[in-house]
Design a protein around this ligand. Structure first.
Ligand code: 5AD
Ligand code: SF4
Length: 436
């Protein structure tokens, strides 16, 4: 946690917070904001569970595995709670919203269960010693928290997360997000730009505009342009783009403004139109190909990353083959691949999970192998090229198209801009020599 000198509560002086985050960038942004709020309350940060006065797990519900993992981490706190009963244990975020009181029934050592919309009230609740379950989705008191508590990335303090919307209206058949994060709510342009300016004033050079479907914000294109124009902001990223709302104009805007990073995360999920329809995804593979190939034409070095689900109910070998074909056609720079996992209350939970486990496993392995080859192929384009990199560590950083770059030669300070001549491509990173 950075020292921003905002501490205003002396009662909590010396108190320590342990915070662990599962899941997506939205969760990371929420966690960073939460740590800032706790810091303002006088807390400092610890990486040691035994030292903590407050322990928070910010959880993810998107796959069954993510929930199991969070439950098992929290379960392991038993000896700590036995030894120090006054330690406050909190489960926040999507799993808290989904399972509510069930979490305390299964793990009675938990004091607070708080959904995404109320989590920023946590310090107040602790002060009032009002433990319990706070996961009412109709609770909209804090639409978006104060900009005073921005989400500066602790791992790279020159970079900040800025949520521009929350929730999702798409209700894809497999997805729990609309149930735990609610319907779409858009932050105003003024509020977003204001927060970006506050961040720039604090020395932030890179902002990541966030939303489950970030490009569904009605003013998305203007937000991109206005954020890029803020003095001090050198890089603007945006995740996650919903393919159905992606258009060529957005690509043109990115191509025309240097500060807008040439990196697109557009989860396609499947290369079969039949499966996309079953999934309730509101686009076709031909629309997706159109956009992706346009990016390749307009910005040949831009990175395109995506997500895939294998083994969705009814997925036949021929559907899966179409996914492989799509990968070969687009040559994704990075792919995140998942085995289908039925989520309670979603539409696809009612469909028979009919792709056998073994087949899901095989398809996942085959897809991963192909995607790895494609990532390497794309990365090889950079051999011999000089890339501008923002250092995230002494000898590691990211290029504008979000490639991880390692270099030999002089170390850099965090946030420093360096130029690296790439001489070796790996599937998931680039290596080179520092030249400036
Ligand atoms: N099963 C498997 N993967 C899922 N995802 C979302 N829901 C599920 C599910 N029920 C994946 C999608 C999404 C990513 C964040 O997680 O690929 O884009
Ligand atoms: Fe889930 Fe679909 Fe919304 Fe993405 S677009 S968060 S997959 S419902």
């Amino acid at each position: 946690m950075s020292d921003t000198g905002k501490s205003r509560n002396k009662d909590n002086k010396g108190k320590r917070l342990y915070l662990h985050t599962f899941g997506c960038q939205m969760n990371k942004a929420d966690s960073l904001r939460l740590s800032e709020i706790f810091q303002a309350e006088g807390y400092s940060f610890t990486k040691k569970l035994e030292e903590a006065d407050v322990i928070i797990y910010n959880t993810c519900s998107v796959r069954h595995h993510a929930e199991n993992k969070a439950m098992s981490y929290v379960g392991r706190l038993k000896s700590i709670k036995d030894e120090k009963p006054e330690v406050v244990i909190c489960v926040v975020g999507c799993m808290a919203q989904r399972l509510k009181g069930e979490i305390i029934r299964r793990l009675p050592l938990v004091d607070y269960v708080i959904g995404p919309s109320s989590m920023f009230d946590l310090p107040d609740l602790i002060k009032k010693e009002k433990s319990g379950v706070f996961a009412d989705s109709s609770d909209k008191r804090k639409e978006f928290p104060d900009v005073e508590f921005s989400s500066i990335n602790i791992d790279s303090p020159f970079s900040g997360y800025v949520p521009i919307m929350k929730g999702c209206n798409n209700f894809c058949a497999y997805c729990i997000v609309p149930y735990v994060r609610g319907r779409e709510e858009y932050r105003t342009r003024k509020d977003i730009i204001n927060e970006c300016k506050v961040l720039a004033g604090r020395g932030i050079k890179e902002v990541m505009l966030l939303g489950q479907t970030v490009n569904s914000h009605p003013h998305f294109k203007d937000i991109l342009k206005e954020t890029a124009a803020i003095s001090g902001i050198e890089r603007v990223r945006f995740v996650t783009s919903y393919p159905g709302d992606m258009d060529k104009e957005t690509v043109d805007i990115v191509a025309g403004i240097t500060e807008l990073c040439d990196n697109f995360h557009i989860p396609v999920q499947s290369g079969s139109d039949r499966i996309l329809k079953e999934m309730g995804r509101k686009y076709s593979t031909s629309h997706f190909n159109d956009i992706a190939l346009y990016i390749r034409k307009k910005l040949p070095l831009a990175s395109i990353s995506t997500d895939f689900i294998v083994g969705f109910p009814g997925e036949k070998e021929e559907d899966f083959k179409k996914t492989l074909e799509l990968v070969k056609k687009i040559e994704f720079d990075q792919s995140f691949t998942f085995k289908y996992s039925p989520r309670e209350g979603t539409r696809s939970e009612k469909l028979e999970d009919d792709v056998p486990r073994e087949i899901k496993k095989e398809r996942l392995a085959e897809l991963n192998k192909l995607c790895g080859k494609m990532s390497l192929k794309r990365n090889m384009l950079f051999e011999g090229e000089a890339l501008e990199v923002f250092a995230e560590d002494k000898n590691t950083g990211r290029s504008s198209n979000y490639k991880i770059v390692h270099w030999y030669g002089p170390a850099a300070k965090m946030g420093e801009k360096v130029k690296i001549k790439i001489n070796k491509a790996l599937a998931h990173s680039l290596k080179g020599k520092r030249i400036t």
